[in-house]
Design a binder for this molecule. Structure first.
Ligand SMILES: [Ca+2]
Ligand SMILES: [Ca+2]
Ligand SMILES: [Ca+2]
Ligand SMILES: [Ca+2]
Length: 92
């Protein structure tokens, strides 16, 4: 019977069904630190973005690295937007 979760084989056999954000061979479901920034997911304020500093300027629990509005002033941070929505060529 094939396990579907993180039972044993995950560490040895790449599981194509699993997202592996940090590409360390451990699917996110088995990887205690999805982005490999040294902060375990449970404590990471951006579990899928490498941000070892865990800087959270506005203290809303979302690290600056994944907070679209770092200072919580309601205006999205342009730099962050660029990070999350890479510039798309506007041919029209
Ligand atoms: Ca991983
Ligand atoms: Ca992490
Ligand atoms: Ca992180
Ligand atoms: Ca924040």
């Amino acid at each position: 019977m094939t396990g579907s979760g993180c039972d044993g084989q995950c560490r040895l056999v790449p599981n194509p069904d699993q997202t592996d954000t940090d590409a360390d061979g451990l699917g996110n479901r088995c990887d205690p630190d999805d982005d490999n920034d040294g902060i375990l997911d449970a404590a990471d304020n951006c579990p899928l973005v490498s941000n070892a500093s865990q800087t959270d300027t506005d203290g809303d629990g979302l690290g600056d690295a994944c907070d679209p509005d770092d200072d919580n002033d309601g205006i999205l941070d342009a730099a962050t937007i660029a990070r999350w929505f890479p510039m798309q060529p506007d041919g029209h």
